[in-house]
Design a protein around this ligand. Structure first.
Ligand code: BTN
Length: 246
C-alpha cells in the first residue's frame, strides 16, 4: 500500500480520482492524496470540509480477493488502523464510533468512506477514503458541526506534521490489511472493540425513519453492530447510524 502515490494539489474529491484510476487499472495499494478538495464527500451524501493543508485527504485503491459481503470489514479494519496510529501519540485517546468514525473526547476527528465496485460475486476494487482533521483551528470548523467535530490541533494545541501522519497511516493500514487477509476478521474485531465507543452503554440508533434504543453489546464476527434486543438476545444491525445523544 502506497507504492504508487498520485498527489494532486486540488481535486473535487480524491474518491473521484481514485475511481477513475482504478478503472484505468491502477494497481492494488495506489494512493490518491490531495492538499485540498473542492467537493469532498462523506457518508450519506454529506459534505466533507477539506481545506488546503488542514488535514489528510486521501483515497486508497484495494483489490482484495474477498467476497463483496466482507467489504464493510475493510472499513472497520481501516478505522482500527487509524485509531492505533493516533493512540501512539501522547495525550490522544481515540475511540471508534460504529462503524468507522474516529473520535477524540467524544468528537469526530476522522471519517472513512468505502466505495466498492463489484460484479456478481467478485470485488473489482474498493476505494477507501480517509479524511482526518489535523490542523484546523476552532474557527475553521463550521458552526453547525462544532459540537461533534474536532481536529488534532484543537485537541493538543499544536500543529501536526501531515506527511508523517500519512506515512504512519499507510504503514498501519498495510499491516492490518495483511493480517486481515491471513487471519480473517477476528483480530480486527477485538482491536476494534478496544476502541469501541459506548460499548456496554445504552445507545440510540436510527436507520431511515426507524429509531431504536438499546444496549450496545459490541460487534459480531462479520462486523455487524450487536445490540441487546427486547427479548434479551443479541440482535445484529448492518446498516444504521448511532445518534450523538441517547
Ligand atoms: C464520513 O465520515 O462521512 C466519511 C468522510 C470521508 C472523507 C474522505 S476525505 C478523502 C476522501 N475523499 C472524499 O471526497 N471523501 C473521503
Amino acid at each position: 500500500i502506497g507504492k504508487e502515490i498520485i498527489h494532486k494539489p486540488t481535486v473535487t474529491s480524491t474518491q473521484v480520482v481514485a475511481h477513475q484510476a482504478a478503472r484505468d487499472n491502477s494497481p492494488h495499494g495506489t494512493v490518491v492524496i490531495a492538499d485540498e478538495q473542492s467537493s469532498g464527500r462523506g457518508r450519506m451524501e454529506r459534505v466533507w470540509h477539506s481545506k488546503k493543508g488542514k488535514g489528510v485527504w486521501m483515497s486508497i485503491i484495494l483489490r482484495p480477493n474477498i467476497p463483496p459481503y466482507m467489504a464493510p470489514q475493510l472499513t472497520l479494519m481501516t478505522a482500527t488502523a487509524i485509531a492505533e496510529v493516533l493512540d501512539q501519540y501522547d495525550g490522544i485517546q481515540p475511540n471508534i464510533k460504529w462503524p468507522n468514525d474516529i473520535l477524540i473526547q467524544n468528537k469526530k476527528v476522522a471519517g472513512i468512506l468505502t466505495e466498492m465496485q463489484a460484479e456478481q460475486d467478485r470485488i473489482q476494487y474498493v476505494v477507501v477514503g480517509i479524511g482526518l482533521n489535523v490542523n484546523q483551528d476552532n474557527t475553521e470548523i463550521p458552526d453547525a458541526i462544532h459540537y461533534r467535530a474536532t481536529s488534532l490541533k484543537m485537541e493538543t494545541e499544536k500543529e501536526w506534521p501531515i506527511i508523517e501522519l500519512v506515512q504512519k497511516i499507510l504503514e498501519g493500514l498495510e499491516k492490518e490489511y495483511e493480517s486481515f487477509l491471513k487471519k480473517g476478521f477476528g483480530d480486527v474485531k477485538s482491536k476494534w472493540e478496544n476502541y469501541g465507543f459506548r460499548i456496554g452503554e445504552m445507545i440510540s440508533l436510527h436507520s431511515g425513519t426507524e429509531k431504536k434504543e438499546a444496549v450496545f453489546l459490541g460487534i459480531a464476527e462479520d462486523g455487524a453492530l450487536l445490540i441487546e434486543s427486547s427479548k434479551g438476545e443479541a440482535e445484529k444491525i448492518y446498516s444504521a447510524e448511532i445518534d450523538w445523544f441517547v
